[in-house]
Design a protein around this ligand. Structure first.
Ligand SMILES: [Zn+2]
Length: 279
């Protein structure tokens, strides 16, 4: 990636219709740079529609990613639930590649009371099988496990970076709001840069040149994330976050998951642009 792009998690509210094609067109009209296709309920789209999505993205210059269904748990007790999870991830990757999306984000697993290191091994094994299948089908998209906001969910920064170092084709989706909600910390310039430094140290400069970031306001409690909020209603220091991205010259996609979607995406983008001019 040659720059840092800002965009929405799904079709902006102010688009003509909720369709992905109208979403991409409207993201372009708003002057944003990217959009995440949300397959969070099911991974379903015809190949013909997907090609229309790809054409629209190419003609408007909008970069795409895709989010797999929420109903994935690679640490499920029942083998059929693991298989169904693998299938949902695979199917999202297939659709993403038809759409010309370069990354697939997904929620990896729940600990279900298991020791985190055991869950890590289980996740690595089943995710490895998905990656093998993708390679067999010659599907080239980044598979990005997401940093999660609740203590019951697999997906600390360390776990996600470790998976990315150990599995080819895996890269992190860093959700800074989730991490703040999970830890009650990581809301200052220094803490934001410490995460970026950790990524550079363990995954190399190339990872910072092609980052996938989720950001939003967030409400949280003792168990972590409660719900996403608009930035102005939340305590997140988004200007400090953007300064950290600027100073580390991070490139890639920043997907805004605030309830107001495009409003906060535009706020983040304009704040970032002002910071760059202040250089
Ligand atoms: Zn997510």
């Amino acid at each position: 990636m040659s720059e840092l792009l800002f965009g929405t998690a799904g079709t902006p509210h102010s688009a003509e219709s909720p369709s992905s094609v109208d979403g991409i067109k409207h993201v372009a009209e708003l002057g944003l740079g990217c959009m995440e296709l949300e397959f969070v309920r099911q991974a379903k789209m015809s190949e013909a529609t997907a090609h229309l999505v790809a054409e629209t993205a190419a003609s408007t210059g909008i970069k795409l990613s895709a989010h797999a269904p929420y109903y994935i748990n690679l640490n499920a007790r029942e083998p059929d639930k693991v298989q169904a999870s693998q299938y949902r991830l695979l199917q999202t990757a297939r659709i993403a590649s038809w759409c010309g999306a370069t990354s697939v984000v997904f929620h990896t697993a729940f600990y279900l009371g298991d020791p985190p290191e055991n869950v890590y091994s289980t996740v690595k094994k089943y995710l490895g099988e998905v990656l093998d299948q993708l390679q067999e089908e010659n599907i080239r998209v980044w598979i990005r496990p997401e940093v999660m906001g609740k203590h019951t969910e697999f997906g600390t920064i360390e776990e996600i970076i470790k998976l990315s170092t150990e599995l080819k084709g895996v890269a992190p989706c860093i959700d800074f709001a989730h991490w703040h909600a999970r830890t009650g910390q990581y809301n200052s310039y220094q803490e934001f840069t410490s995460i970026l430094q950790q990524i550079e140290d363990q995954l190399g400069r190339a990872a910072l040149d092609d980052m996938h970031i989720h950001f939003s306001g967030i409400r949280y409690g003792l168990k972590g994330e409660i719900k996403h909020l608009d930035l102005e209603e939340s305590d997140l220091h988004y200007t400090e976050f953007l300064k950290a991205l600027r100073d580390y010259e991070v490139k890639g996609l920043v997907i805004c998951e605030s309830p107001n979607l495009e409003d906060d995406a535009l706020l983040l983008q304009s704040t970032y642009q002002k910071l760059q001019k202040a250089d």
